[in-house]
Design a protein. Sequence first.
Length: 266
Amino acid sequence: MPARFWVRPGRTVAVPLEEPPRVLSLGVGVHGTTSPVDVFRLPDLWQLHLYRYTAELFVDGVLHVVRPGHVSLVPPGTEVRYRYRGRSEHLYAHLRLPLSGTGETVDLPVVQDAGARTPGLSELFLRAIAAAPRSPRRADAEVWSVLWELAELTEPAGREKGPHASLAAAVAYIESHLAERLLVPEVARAAGVSHNHLLRLFRAETGTTVVAYIRQRRMERARHLLRESTLSIPAVAAAVGIDDLQAFNKACRRELGASPRVVRAG
């Protein structure tokens, strides 16, 4: 007997995301050409749709008006009823998700508006469709990315939807310049915000300062290279933007609790 996923009164459902889904079918669905109404359910599979049309969707009797850019994620065993307004085209995936355990589970709306993220979601969907015939696991990975994008759309209590775009730009800039000198004003310019606004974003989203974040990421990368590569210690130091070996040694002792040689020895 398959697990039953109940759609909650707030029109959300708990979605297990700790592992990739197994996609059984995906493609471009065309409806509304022979009948204005479809009623069906998938007993064992989730159904994920990215809409390119306007229609009425009933999920377990609850009405949702879907429009272009809306996404629905309906759990197995749930009856859906569509009332179309003519020819209606959407991108779809029918998939199996792992049973929720102790891993990552996210509450997602059954229907939500992807807004500005619609083109990116559409691109992920189309990549999955193209990959499926030759590489089903690649298709699984692309659909998994779609699900995580939807998780970022969901608004946690007291927070903005997903990571702030400027913060994401700042982090991307930092990650690509760890081997170079990094100054906070440069990071702020790359992110398109003021110095003070960047400091507030980092404090709100990461609980730390920009300088502390850069130091942390440098040392995390240094630890990885020391333990997992055969790069010389001077080369590791240069790879994380610290050319002075004495300074690198002090940073390792302060942040990692040991000298570079001891960190390398595990």
